[in-house]
Design a protein around this ligand. Sequence first.
Ligand code: ATP
Ligand code: MG
Length: 701
Amino acid sequence: MDPDRVLEGLDPEQLEAARALRGPVCILAGAGTGKTRAITHRIAHAVAGGIATEQQILAVTFTTRAAGEMRGRLRSLGAPRVQARTFHSAAVRQLSYFWPQAIGGPMPSLIESKIQEVARAANSCGLQLDRTGLRDLAGEIEWSKATQVRPADYEKSIAKAGRAAPMPVHDVARVYEAYEEQCRDRNLLDFESMLELTAAMIAEHPQIADRIRDQYRYFVVDEFQDVNPLQKLLLDAWLGDRDDVCVVGDPNQTIYSFAGATPGYLTGFSAAYPHATVVRLVRDYRSSPQVVRVANGALKHARGPAAEHRLELVAQRPDGPDPIYTEYDDEPAEATSVARKIGALIDAGTPAREIAVLFRTNAQSAAYEQALSDAGAAYTVRGATRFFERPEIKQAVHTLRGARQGAGSDPLVQTVRDILAPLGLTPEPPEGRQARERWESLAALAQLAEDIAAARPGATMDHFTDELDARVATEHAPEYEGVTLASLHSAKGLEWDAVFLVGLTEGLLPIVFAESADQVEEERRLFYVGVTRARAHLSLSWALARSPGGRKSRKPSRFLDGLRPASPSLAGRDNRRQARLVQCRICGNTLTEAAERKLARCLDCPADYDEALLERLKAWRRDLADEQKVPAYVIFTDATLQAIAEYVPADKGRLSRISGVGAVKLERYGEAVLALCAGEEPAADHRGGEPHGGRTEPQTD
Ligand code: ATP
Ligand code: MG
């Protein structure tokens, strides 16, 4: 492509960045100002101008999904072979390639979740911990490794970082040490060790360093504000003493400092590279002036180092609708109303995939899944991670390729649908999480066929499979035509026409355990990330009570102060609340929010519930509900079942601590639930229920 043509559609500042082809470059700018766009064009420009070949460029982004999107943009700019990867995936490739030469012997297995290994290490230290304790430890080990803190330095380092240890410091350090030793002995590598080992391999093996540095000469890192010390170490190893590195980020979108990331590398870039080209962008091309006003307002009271880099965004897009602020009595009312508004937007022509519901914690998703299902709207909760590695997609791609030859003259979309139907692409999504996920993946392929047919009338199976091959090669997952349900953390870098920010109450945003000023500031940035995902429609909502008829004790988020219109109904509310003391089983903090008390953990402490158990619990509940002719939620709500599947209580005492399991339910269903948790079928006389036909009380908390 002509080098100048790839620069079309950039503004003067973006052009300055895209034209600064050599040496260090830093783009420091707010949300939606075209940072990602500027760097993809800069890469294409470098390729077109012969500064670097596609193979010599490594673009690093934050998530697999963002990497896929970047590859898509690069492909359309004529640079399909540029590597766009996460730190993690780039490191895995290099390490496995050079393993025989650098280290030799069998390559260690990568572990995705530490829990099992942490349990083993804790045992070897004579510590008997429940799942909660194990998760605590895994989180501490992860933070320590990401910030390069060794076991012996753990105590000193958490004091310095103002971090509270979840258990005696000495125990954390001991288990951490045992864990490391055990991973070595058992030939296992976790994410952090993988990055560290790759960096060490480059540092210690000059020939390998030469090979890697010869291959990659040109580096670009997006979302640089959320890089952790380990990732920085690897980037420095790649660079050696060269400086062809372009970093891009927004200090005010730093949302992973809890996990060890720091915006210091971004804000300190020009001190580290005094000759760097530094570009600031302020024109917001993503959002309407109405949304931009909220975004600027969201940061108005921001404090701390990131806020010093704040620049007022200047809207470039035409006017849009005013943002809508809505207060609801309870969460189900909020979810139902949001689903209804989404239905109206879709009816009015906004494609479902251009709509997102964003929340602070994954536990909030269920209510919206339910409400959207009830409203008949398609949705997707899955990220686009490893799309082409899903078994159903591998099979589908194989079948589609095979069908290329024999394809008749039917329209493309029909042909693809016919081929996918036997694999599970029914007209309507099926019940059940797994079946639904499978269906969603296949529907995404059908959607791709529709998109291709729309863009190129008369497109054939050849066109389709070519596109598919290109996407498989570049891991560019197609989008599914459904409303996106996502956490604020996973929404970064993305954009939609309509965004619904839900659950905006104190305790959820900011999250209840954000106690220090720094933690509250990180929550504020998360709010800013959420607001700035919207192009035109922005809805901000919150609910005063968790359940219908419950106490309306919640307060709208402080981040709404000064943004939402003053509401007289909010004046003088009594916010006193004496909650029974419940502690997070993961971090030990006192829980005051109903949703958290139900789960017995902070909403954003990690949750990895046992999906198979949840399915069994739901099946049991369904049977029982049928038998008793009552709605299923009367037995237990989804949230309670999820909490049970997460907590896996071993006895009635522990089961009773789960919110939603009162004395009556404990008596009635306790045995059955505990049997299911123990992996057994409930005994016939313990199936639960009310043999005497008595009243079943609805669950209200
Ligand atoms: P974030 O901070 O959220 O990652 P960003 O700064 O990376 O945002 P982009 O995603 O690159 O922003 O751009 C936001 C939107 O504005 C995109 O839809 C992009 O195509 C569009 N855009 C960016 N620059 C321009 C421009 N010069 N002209 C027209 N549209 C633009
Ligand atoms: Mg971006």
